[in-house]
Design a protein around this ligand. Structure first.
Ligand code: T3D
Length: 261
Protein backbone atom coordinates (compact mmCIF):
# COMPACT_ATOMS: atom_id res chain seq x y z
CA UNK A 1 0.00 0.00 0.00
CA UNK A 2 1.36 3.45 -0.93
CA UNK A 3 0.28 5.66 1.94
CA UNK A 4 0.47 9.44 2.44
CA UNK A 5 -1.40 10.04 5.72
CA UNK A 6 -0.95 6.91 7.80
CA UNK A 7 1.75 4.36 8.56
CA UNK A 8 0.96 0.65 8.40
CA UNK A 9 3.22 -2.04 9.79
CA UNK A 10 2.75 -5.73 10.58
CA UNK A 11 4.92 -7.73 12.96
CA UNK A 12 4.47 -10.65 15.34
CA UNK A 13 0.77 -10.98 14.53
CA UNK A 14 0.03 -7.30 15.20
CA UNK A 15 -0.92 -4.68 12.60
CA UNK A 16 -0.22 -1.12 13.72
CA UNK A 17 -2.00 1.77 12.03
CA UNK A 18 -0.48 5.14 12.90
CA UNK A 19 -2.45 8.26 11.97
CA UNK A 20 0.26 10.45 10.56
CA UNK A 21 -0.63 14.13 10.14
CA UNK A 22 1.08 15.29 13.33
CA UNK A 23 1.15 19.01 12.45
CA UNK A 24 -2.70 18.93 12.60
CA UNK A 25 -2.85 16.56 15.56
CA UNK A 26 -3.81 13.86 13.04
CA UNK A 27 -7.03 15.56 11.90
CA UNK A 28 -8.95 13.45 9.40
CA UNK A 29 -9.10 14.59 5.81
CA UNK A 30 -10.76 12.40 3.16
CA UNK A 31 -7.45 10.82 2.23
CA UNK A 32 -6.66 9.77 5.79
CA UNK A 33 -10.16 8.33 6.24
CA UNK A 34 -9.79 6.31 3.01
CA UNK A 35 -6.30 5.09 3.91
CA UNK A 36 -7.36 4.08 7.42
CA UNK A 37 -10.28 2.10 5.99
CA UNK A 38 -7.99 0.40 3.46
CA UNK A 39 -5.51 -0.51 6.21
CA UNK A 40 -8.27 -1.95 8.40
CA UNK A 41 -9.54 -3.99 5.46
CA UNK A 42 -6.05 -5.33 4.84
CA UNK A 43 -5.60 -6.15 8.55
CA UNK A 44 -8.95 -7.93 8.54
CA UNK A 45 -8.03 -10.03 5.51
CA UNK A 46 -4.46 -10.89 6.52
CA UNK A 47 -4.44 -14.19 8.42
CA UNK A 48 -1.07 -13.32 9.92
CA UNK A 49 -2.72 -10.36 11.71
CA UNK A 50 -4.45 -11.33 14.96
CA UNK A 51 -4.62 -7.95 16.71
CA UNK A 52 -4.74 -4.36 15.45
CA UNK A 53 -3.37 -1.26 17.17
CA UNK A 54 -4.56 2.23 16.20
CA UNK A 55 -2.45 5.14 17.39
CA UNK A 56 -1.29 8.62 16.39
CA UNK A 57 2.07 10.17 15.62
CA UNK A 58 3.28 13.26 17.46
CA UNK A 59 1.44 14.69 20.44
CA UNK A 60 -2.15 13.88 19.36
CA UNK A 61 -4.20 10.75 18.77
CA UNK A 62 -6.57 12.60 16.43
CA UNK A 63 -8.25 16.02 16.52
CA UNK A 64 -11.20 14.77 14.44
CA UNK A 65 -12.42 16.32 11.22
CA UNK A 66 -9.86 18.56 9.50
CA UNK A 67 -11.51 21.96 9.94
CA UNK A 68 -9.42 23.51 7.17
CA UNK A 69 -11.08 21.08 4.75
CA UNK A 70 -14.51 22.09 6.13
CA UNK A 71 -13.80 25.74 5.36
CA UNK A 72 -13.31 24.92 1.67
CA UNK A 73 -16.70 23.25 1.17
CA UNK A 74 -19.30 24.61 -1.24
CA UNK A 75 -22.95 25.36 -0.39
CA UNK A 76 -24.17 22.06 -1.86
CA UNK A 77 -21.91 19.98 0.37
CA UNK A 78 -23.84 17.35 2.35
CA UNK A 79 -22.41 16.58 5.78
CA UNK A 80 -24.76 13.58 6.00
CA UNK A 81 -23.21 12.06 2.85
CA UNK A 82 -19.74 12.88 4.14
CA UNK A 83 -20.49 10.98 7.34
CA UNK A 84 -22.14 8.06 5.52
CA UNK A 85 -19.16 7.58 3.21
CA UNK A 86 -16.46 8.31 5.78
CA UNK A 87 -16.70 8.11 9.57
CA UNK A 88 -19.81 5.91 9.65
CA UNK A 89 -18.11 3.26 7.53
CA UNK A 90 -14.87 3.55 9.45
CA UNK A 91 -16.58 3.13 12.83
CA UNK A 92 -18.63 0.16 11.61
CA UNK A 93 -15.51 -1.38 10.10
CA UNK A 94 -13.73 -1.26 13.49
CA UNK A 95 -16.73 -2.61 15.39
CA UNK A 96 -17.40 -5.47 12.94
CA UNK A 97 -13.75 -6.45 12.39
CA UNK A 98 -13.54 -9.82 14.14
CA UNK A 99 -10.12 -9.29 15.67
CA UNK A 100 -9.30 -7.23 18.79
CA UNK A 101 -8.63 -3.55 18.03
CA UNK A 102 -6.67 -1.53 20.61
CA UNK A 103 -6.58 2.27 20.58
CA UNK A 104 -3.22 3.37 22.00
CA UNK A 105 -4.29 6.92 22.83
CA UNK A 106 -1.04 8.85 22.83
CA UNK A 107 -2.52 12.35 23.17
CA UNK A 108 -5.70 14.33 22.63
CA UNK A 109 -8.64 12.50 20.98
CA UNK A 110 -11.18 15.10 19.86
CA UNK A 111 -14.40 15.05 17.83
CA UNK A 112 -14.41 12.17 15.36
CA UNK A 113 -10.99 11.22 16.75
CA UNK A 114 -12.68 10.57 20.11
CA UNK A 115 -15.50 8.61 18.43
CA UNK A 116 -13.00 6.41 16.60
CA UNK A 117 -11.08 5.70 19.82
CA UNK A 118 -14.39 4.75 21.47
CA UNK A 119 -15.19 2.35 18.61
CA UNK A 120 -12.04 0.33 19.37
CA UNK A 121 -12.40 -2.66 21.70
CA UNK A 122 -9.79 -1.55 24.22
CA UNK A 123 -8.22 1.81 25.01
CA UNK A 124 -4.83 2.22 26.62
CA UNK A 125 -4.17 5.89 27.32
CA UNK A 126 -0.95 7.78 27.92
CA UNK A 127 -1.11 9.92 31.04
CA UNK A 128 -0.84 12.86 28.60
CA UNK A 129 -3.98 11.80 26.69
CA UNK A 130 -7.34 13.53 26.91
CA UNK A 131 -10.77 13.09 25.36
CA UNK A 132 -12.87 15.95 24.00
CA UNK A 133 -16.33 15.76 22.48
CA UNK A 134 -15.35 18.88 20.55
CA UNK A 135 -18.38 18.86 18.24
CA UNK A 136 -20.44 21.48 20.08
CA UNK A 137 -17.46 23.87 20.00
CA UNK A 138 -18.13 24.10 16.27
CA UNK A 139 -21.92 23.96 16.57
CA UNK A 140 -22.36 20.28 15.74
CA UNK A 141 -23.76 17.24 17.48
CA UNK A 142 -21.54 14.28 18.43
CA UNK A 143 -21.04 11.92 15.49
CA UNK A 144 -18.79 9.02 14.52
CA UNK A 145 -20.80 6.81 16.87
CA UNK A 146 -20.31 9.02 19.93
CA UNK A 147 -24.05 9.26 20.73
CA UNK A 148 -24.21 5.45 20.85
CA UNK A 149 -20.81 4.47 22.18
CA UNK A 150 -20.22 7.06 24.88
CA UNK A 151 -23.44 6.70 26.94
CA UNK A 152 -22.91 2.94 26.93
CA UNK A 153 -19.40 3.30 28.28
CA UNK A 154 -19.85 6.07 30.84
CA UNK A 155 -23.62 6.60 31.24
CA UNK A 156 -25.92 9.29 29.86
CA UNK A 157 -25.17 12.04 32.39
CA UNK A 158 -21.43 12.04 31.86
CA UNK A 159 -21.79 11.56 28.09
CA UNK A 160 -24.18 14.50 27.83
CA UNK A 161 -21.89 16.60 30.01
CA UNK A 162 -18.97 15.81 27.70
CA UNK A 163 -21.08 16.69 24.64
CA UNK A 164 -22.39 20.05 25.84
CA UNK A 165 -19.43 21.25 27.91
CA UNK A 166 -16.89 20.00 25.35
CA UNK A 167 -14.17 20.17 28.00
CA UNK A 168 -11.05 18.05 27.88
CA UNK A 169 -11.45 14.93 30.02
CA UNK A 170 -7.97 13.91 31.17
CA UNK A 171 -6.85 10.28 30.98
CA UNK A 172 -7.19 9.71 34.74
CA UNK A 173 -10.82 10.85 34.77
CA UNK A 174 -11.52 8.85 31.60
CA UNK A 175 -10.19 5.79 33.43
CA UNK A 176 -12.28 6.46 36.54
CA UNK A 177 -15.36 6.84 34.29
CA UNK A 178 -14.69 3.56 32.46
CA UNK A 179 -13.81 5.17 29.15
CA UNK A 180 -10.30 3.67 29.02
CA UNK A 181 -8.96 0.31 30.17
CA UNK A 182 -5.61 1.54 31.47
CA UNK A 183 -3.57 4.71 31.88
CA UNK A 184 0.19 4.40 31.65
CA UNK A 185 3.14 6.82 31.86
CA UNK A 186 3.55 8.40 28.43
CA UNK A 187 6.98 6.85 27.78
CA UNK A 188 5.64 3.37 28.51
CA UNK A 189 2.67 3.52 26.11
CA UNK A 190 4.41 1.71 23.20
CA UNK A 191 5.79 -1.00 25.49
CA UNK A 192 2.54 -1.62 27.38
CA UNK A 193 0.50 -1.56 24.15
CA UNK A 194 2.91 -4.05 22.56
CA UNK A 195 2.56 -6.38 25.56
CA UNK A 196 -1.27 -6.27 25.41
CA UNK A 197 -1.28 -6.67 21.62
CA UNK A 198 1.17 -9.55 21.74
CA UNK A 199 -0.91 -11.36 24.32
CA UNK A 200 -4.06 -10.93 22.23
CA UNK A 201 -2.26 -11.91 19.01
CA UNK A 202 -1.28 -15.24 20.53
CA UNK A 203 -4.81 -15.92 21.77
CA UNK A 204 -7.79 -17.75 20.23
CA UNK A 205 -8.53 -15.15 17.54
CA UNK A 206 -11.68 -16.86 16.29
CA UNK A 207 -13.17 -16.90 19.79
CA UNK A 208 -12.08 -13.28 20.39
CA UNK A 209 -13.82 -12.25 17.15
CA UNK A 210 -17.00 -14.15 17.97
CA UNK A 211 -16.98 -12.63 21.48
CA UNK A 212 -16.88 -9.17 19.92
CA UNK A 213 -19.73 -10.03 17.58
CA UNK A 214 -21.85 -11.52 20.38
CA UNK A 215 -21.27 -8.64 22.82
CA UNK A 216 -22.08 -6.00 20.21
CA UNK A 217 -25.23 -7.81 19.11
CA UNK A 218 -26.30 -8.43 22.71
CA UNK A 219 -26.53 -4.66 23.26
CA UNK A 220 -29.74 -4.69 21.21
CA UNK A 221 -31.07 -8.11 22.25
CA UNK A 222 -33.19 -9.53 25.04
CA UNK A 223 -31.47 -11.93 27.46
CA UNK A 224 -33.27 -14.86 25.84
CA UNK A 225 -32.05 -13.79 22.38
CA UNK A 226 -28.50 -13.30 23.65
CA UNK A 227 -28.48 -16.75 25.26
CA UNK A 228 -29.55 -18.31 21.97
CA UNK A 229 -26.96 -16.34 20.03
CA UNK A 230 -24.25 -17.46 22.48
CA UNK A 231 -25.31 -21.06 21.89
CA UNK A 232 -25.08 -20.63 18.11
CA UNK A 233 -21.63 -19.02 18.22
CA UNK A 234 -20.36 -21.48 20.82
CA UNK A 235 -21.02 -24.24 18.28
CA UNK A 236 -18.63 -22.43 15.93
CA UNK A 237 -15.98 -21.78 18.60
CA UNK A 238 -16.36 -25.33 19.89
CA UNK A 239 -15.48 -26.74 16.47
CA UNK A 240 -12.23 -24.74 16.28
CA UNK A 241 -8.65 -25.93 16.52
CA UNK A 242 -8.12 -23.55 19.42
CA UNK A 243 -10.91 -25.06 21.50
CA UNK A 244 -9.39 -28.54 21.13
CA UNK A 245 -5.91 -27.17 21.79
CA UNK A 246 -7.07 -25.24 24.88
CA UNK A 247 -8.68 -28.31 26.41
CA UNK A 248 -5.69 -30.58 25.66
CA UNK A 249 -3.27 -27.97 27.01
CA UNK A 250 -5.25 -27.77 30.25
CA UNK A 251 -5.29 -31.56 30.65
CA UNK A 252 -1.60 -31.86 29.79
CA UNK A 253 -0.74 -28.99 32.16
CA UNK A 254 1.07 -26.93 29.49
CA UNK A 255 0.45 -23.51 27.92
CA UNK A 256 -1.84 -23.66 24.86
CA UNK A 257 -0.43 -23.02 21.38
CA UNK A 258 -3.37 -21.23 19.78
CA UNK A 259 -3.39 -20.77 16.01
CA UNK A 260 -6.27 -18.30 15.87
CA UNK A 261 -8.56 -20.75 14.07
O1 T3D B 1 -18.30 18.64 9.04
C1 T3D B 1 -18.17 17.44 9.13
O2 T3D B 1 -17.46 16.77 8.33
C2 T3D B 1 -18.83 16.71 10.26
C3 T3D B 1 -17.85 15.89 10.97
C4 T3D B 1 -17.46 16.22 12.17
C5 T3D B 1 -16.49 15.41 12.91
C6 T3D B 1 -15.65 16.20 13.86
O3 T3D B 1 -14.64 15.70 14.24
S1 T3D B 1 -16.18 17.76 14.31
C7 T3D B 1 -14.92 18.28 15.46
C8 T3D B 1 -13.67 18.73 14.76
N1 T3D B 1 -12.56 18.89 15.67
C9 T3D B 1 -12.45 19.92 16.49
O4 T3D B 1 -13.30 20.78 16.56
C10 T3D B 1 -11.20 20.00 17.32
C11 T3D B 1 -10.35 21.18 16.88
N2 T3D B 1 -9.12 21.20 17.64
C12 T3D B 1 -9.09 21.63 18.92
O5 T3D B 1 -10.05 21.99 19.52
C13 T3D B 1 -7.73 21.64 19.55
O6 T3D B 1 -6.75 21.63 18.53
C14 T3D B 1 -7.48 20.43 20.48
C15 T3D B 1 -8.36 20.55 21.73
C16 T3D B 1 -7.77 19.11 19.78
C17 T3D B 1 -5.99 20.44 20.92
O7 T3D B 1 -5.65 21.73 21.38
P1 T3D B 1 -4.10 22.13 21.53
O8 T3D B 1 -4.07 23.47 22.19
O9 T3D B 1 -3.38 21.02 22.19
O10 T3D B 1 -3.53 22.18 20.04
P2 T3D B 1 -3.76 23.35 18.95
O11 T3D B 1 -2.70 24.38 19.12
O12 T3D B 1 -5.17 23.80 18.96
O13 T3D B 1 -3.53 22.52 17.58
C18 T3D B 1 -2.22 22.24 17.09
C19 T3D B 1 -2.24 22.42 15.59
O14 T3D B 1 -3.17 21.48 15.04
C20 T3D B 1 -2.75 23.81 15.20
O15 T3D B 1 -2.09 24.16 13.99
P3 T3D B 1 -0.95 25.31 14.02
O16 T3D B 1 -1.55 26.53 14.60
O17 T3D B 1 0.15 24.73 14.87
O18 T3D B 1 -0.56 25.43 12.57
C21 T3D B 1 -4.20 23.55 14.88
O19 T3D B 1 -4.76 24.48 13.98
C22 T3D B 1 -4.14 22.17 14.26
N3 T3D B 1 -5.42 21.47 14.43
C23 T3D B 1 -5.92 20.96 15.57
N4 T3D B 1 -7.10 20.40 15.34
C24 T3D B 1 -7.36 20.56 14.03
C25 T3D B 1 -6.30 21.26 13.43
N5 T3D B 1 -6.29 21.57 12.14
C26 T3D B 1 -7.35 21.19 11.40
N6 T3D B 1 -8.42 20.51 11.92
C27 T3D B 1 -8.45 20.19 13.20
N7 T3D B 1 -9.50 19.47 13.71
Amino acid sequence: MALATILYTVGDGVATITLNRPDKLNAFNDEMTAETMAALQEAGRDKAVRCIVLTGSGRGFSSGQDLAAVAGRGAAFSIAEHLRHGYNRLVLQIVTLEKPVIAAVNGVAAGAGCGIALACDLRIASDRASFVQAFSRVGLIPDSGSTWLLPRLIGYGRAYEMAVMADRVPAGTAHAWGMVNAVVPHDQLPEVTAAWAQRLASGPTLAFGLTKRAMNKALSMTLAEALEYEALLQDVAGASHDNKEGVMAFLEKRPPAFRGE
